[in-house]
Design a protein around this ligand. Sequence first.
Ligand code: AKB
Length: 325
Amino acid sequence: MAKKKMKKILVIGSAGQIGSELTMALRKKYGNDNVIATGRKTKPSDEILNSGPFEYIDITKKETVEEVIKKYDIDTIYNMAAILSAVGEEKPDLCWHVNINGLLNILDLSVEYKLTRVFIPSSIAVFGPETPKENTPQDTILKPTTMYGITKVTGELLSEYYVRKYGLDVRGIRYPGIISSETLPGGGTTDYAVEIFYEAIKNKHYTCFVREDTVLPMMYMPDCIKATIDLMEADFKKLKHHCDFNVAAMSFSAGELAEEIKKYIPDFTCEYKPDFRQEIADSWPKTIDDSVARKEWGWKPSYDLSSMTKEMIEILQKRYEEGKL
Ligand code: AKB
């Protein structure tokens, strides 16, 4: 009997906040040699380098991606490379180039090499000031005011076009702010919700760049990884949506997060000095309706504000005591 061919997975952006943990989760699930990690410039963690294949690629240079697809006979891509919202406002051209021209390269190569499945990351940044802020529906007004948001709406529409026109199986999630203890996020508006933990443990003080009453949707990394892999494993026939799923886990204000951290570090203090990222945060929803994701592929989060905070503090405190933070 012919041996079943193993899935070969390409993770683009393995040095990034989500990509680093996603690479390791996929290696655990599908085998180290079947998950090819990639980065553009930044070297990924030793854990990634030592546990399986790694290649340097740049999604804006199509030939660098094509080479790796051919070399490893790739059949699935997780494209986690992106310029996030805050950097996107400082460098709008770069944001469009990476998030859209890069994405087009991935979609075109996926059609050309007949890949079986592609994951694209979208974001709550697809919403804008005119979108309902509470319990934001799946299908609603998409008129973002940031370049990042504009690239995310365009990316959703482009990917959906490839599903319809070429029969390519593309799937994607509108990520909220992601909180994690392994790799720091870079260049996003929700970064304060991660930085606050590191500063609370190291310095017992944090200067937050959004107002105390700023409420945004957030998710802890284990739920983010679960959502990503669960969506990619869902039965395509059951999906009415493909590239734009709302997913929710928790929503809290910056002040509520600081209060939760104080339960573990009583002398922690937080001050608030809003900068240009406040306007971005104010244009995004406060809470998300994810009933479509729950219905179409069984999404259900495990962590809330209190269980996430407890685990973040435990992990980072231990690392601090070992002199590794
Ligand atoms: C950002 O803040 O830009 C990202 C996002 C919500 O997509 N974390």
